[in-house]
Design a protein around this ligand. Structure first.
Ligand SMILES: [Zn+2]
Length: 256
């Protein structure tokens, strides 16, 4: 890598969409100076995500659990704990009120999230949070449980909530590539405290063009858009975002 310029703080390289050309996808990111945090959130993908991270110097693993799979929460906690030396963070984990609508199930989902927060705290690693249609509830659970080193990914809650959480609680928020087409994400960019801003692709999802496979090499597209929304120089925002990322993810190597 020509040095570290960007970090794709959240994506899913272990998913089958990358089975055919993963080497190429990682190499293209590396050429642009992009380090990658890949998030394994299904039992069948935990080992794969860690092995991928171990195969490339610029890839790091985050292990969590899809919030709809709270039924295997204990298993996930156990796996993460016994593989903690292989991961850079826990997640994604969190609440999904779009897919989980029943009250009793939402309660179980919340307890799983709380246990993940507890584990991240005891392992002293950041936590990557999913909060689909549950932005307010997820933020409440995080503060009730005194979560530290919080990273909310693709937050779809109100911009005013992100404003308060980034300023008063110091939570980080990553903006996905879909910022180029999403009015909600554009509002988010303006609301988040600039020192809490991160970038992500959520590849293979949330690309600049809906339905087209997203890749970590698209991070500069998202960053350019964020700089233009903020009316700032791209290079200035790139540096600020990189500094923010390295403040939260202290294990990322500058020469990765
Ligand atoms: Zn994701």
């Amino acid at each position: 890598m020509p040095g570290l310029f960007y970090v794709d703080t959240h994506c899913h390289l272990e998913q089958e969409e990358f089975d055919q050309d993963r080497d190429l996808v990682v190499m293209k990111a590396k050429e642009l100076g992009i380090a990658i945090i890949t998030s394994g959130i299904e039992e069948s993908l935990w080992e794969k995500a860690c092995s991928i991270a171990e195969s490339y110097p610029n890839v790091y693993a985050s292990i969590g659990l899809d919030p709809t799979q709270f039924g295997i929460c204990d298993k996930a906690l156990e796996w993460i704990e016994s593989n903690s030396n292989r991961i850079i963070s826990i997640g994604e984990t969190g609440l999904d009120h779009y897919l989980v609508r029943n009250h009793e199930e939402r309660d179980r989902q919340k307890s799983c999230f709380e246990m993940m927060i507890g584990l991240a705290d005891s392992l002293k690693v950041p936590i990557q949070v999913h909060s689909r249609s549950a932005g307010k509830k997820a933020l409440e659970a995080l503060s009730e449980n005194s979560a530290r080193d919080v990273h909310l990914h693709a937050f779809d809650g109100k911009a005013s909530l992100a404003r308060t959480a980034s300023r008063d609680l110091g939570y980080y928020f990553s903006i996905p590539t879909s910022v180029v087409r999403s009015p909600q994400k554009r509002r988010l960019v303006k609301a988040i405290h600039i020192e809490r801003l991160l970038m992500e692709t959520d590849s293979p999802l949330l690309g600049a063009e809906k339905g087209v496979r997203n890749v970590p090499a698209n991070i500069p597209i998202a960053l350019r858009e964020v700089a233009s929304i903020l009316g700032r120089e791209e290079e200035e925002i790139r540096k600020v975002v990189l500094e923010n990322t390295l403040r939260l993810y202290t294990n990322i190597q500058l020469n990765s």
